[in-house]
Design a protein around this ligand. Structure first.
Ligand SMILES: [Zn+2]
Length: 342
């Protein structure tokens, strides 16, 4: 046989059935959910709502099973079509230079806060690798863990980064082998945040630090108040784009990427139970790109930009409840291994 068969184009995969499962509270293990917000997300025709545990945790229940969750990350438009659930309007990959510069400042801040200016830096959920590229540029040896195939491909090909494709639990890193770690907008996607935090703790050396950033808007005073006042919303002033970001309209928030919604108390309990010391907690609000990256704003949009600036300043000073939380955590210097990783 000398002739090679022509490669066949794979037939389009039939849409897999979306299976769902009921789960207890991922933060405390209780099984006493109360309705919080129905019809928030959907995959095809299957719709998903949020419930709230008496402990304060908000989560998707019933939720897509592991397989269905895995499949939504294969969606190639995740990073290109309104990524960060619509907060951003541009293609993520087109923002390479801007984001690497922004992350360079973020790494410098972590160096300042922790006093750690060299060593190994791990990012869980490394996306296209821009944060890792910035950390490498400041002298760190870096590694990433990521699920999205196009993001993994990009970070390896374009940035030459060492990125493990898969789940944290399967990553081939030795215990206590990192000085710093980052989980930026990741924990709300995980099935078991307690387990993920324990693994990250074990991968850090004693005295190593972890930065965790999570959205907390959906599990906040703001979201609950606006659900109650929905009929009074100035819809025209807010505009279609902002209404989508604020997730007011039923079934409009797309895939259930965020299966968990932390608030300050639930995340504090989880990180302490995972054996971390809390160094600092800071609140803020994500600033919608369509209000902060253009100059040709209408009077209404300028007003909204002012509102976001006011909220962000108040949250950063701790005067207002946060819409996003940044925790700086330390693995205690004298901590024994927990056996979670390795
Ligand atoms: Zn709970």
């Amino acid at each position: 046989m000398t002739q090679q068969p022509e490669p066949l184009a794979a037939p389009p995969a039939p849409p897999a059935p979306v299976r769902t499962e009921h789960v207890p509270c991922p933060a405390c293990g209780a099984d006493a959910p109360r309705p919080y917000r129905s019809d928030m997300y959907r995959i095809g025709e299957v719709r998903f709502g949020l419930v709230r545990c008496p402990c304060g945790m908000v989560y998707v229940d019933p939720r897509p099973d592991d397989e269905a969750l895995g499949q939504i990350y294969d969606d190639p438009s995740y990073y290109t079509d309104g990524y960060n659930l619509g907060v951003e309007t541009e293609n993520y990959f087109d923002r390479r230079e801007e984001l690497i510069a922004q992350y360079d400042r973020a790494v410098a801040e972590i160096e300042e806060e922790t006093g750690i200016r060299e060593g190994r830096f791990l990012e869980l959920g490394s996306a296209g690798g821009f944060f890792l590229a910035a950390a490498r540029g400041r002298g760190f040896e870096v590694a990433g863990i990521e699920l999205s195939p196009p993001a993994i491909e990009y970070s390896r090909r374009e940035l030459g980064l060492d990125v493990f494709a898969g789940y944290l639990e399967d990553a081939p890193y030795a215990p206590a082998s990192f000085d710093l770690a980052l989980a930026d907008n990741v924990l709300e996607h995980t099935l078991c945040p307690a387990r993920s935090l324990a693994h990250l703790r074990d991968l850090l050396r004693p005295g190593g630090h972890l930065v965790v950033i999570v959205p907390s808007y959906v599990n906040s005073f703001y979201f609950r108040a606006m659900l109650r006042l929905r009929a009074l919303l100035p819809r025209r002033l807010l505009g279609r784009h902002l209404l989508r970001i604020l997730k007011f309209d039923e079934g409009d928030a797309g895939y259930p990427y965020h299966i968990l919604e932390f608030d300050r108390a639930t995340l504090l309990r989880l990180v302490r139970e995972a054996g971390f010391e809390v160094v600092s907690v800071q609140g803020s609000v994500p600033l919608p790109a369509h209000l902060f990256k253009r100059d040709d704003l209408s009077a209404g949009e300028r007003f909204l930009r002012g509102v976001f600036r006011f909220l962000d300043a108040g949250m950063r000073r701790g005067l207002l409840p946060a819409a996003r939380l940044r925790f700086l955590l330390r693995r205690p210097a004298d901590s024994p291994p927990t056996g979670g990783a390795g």
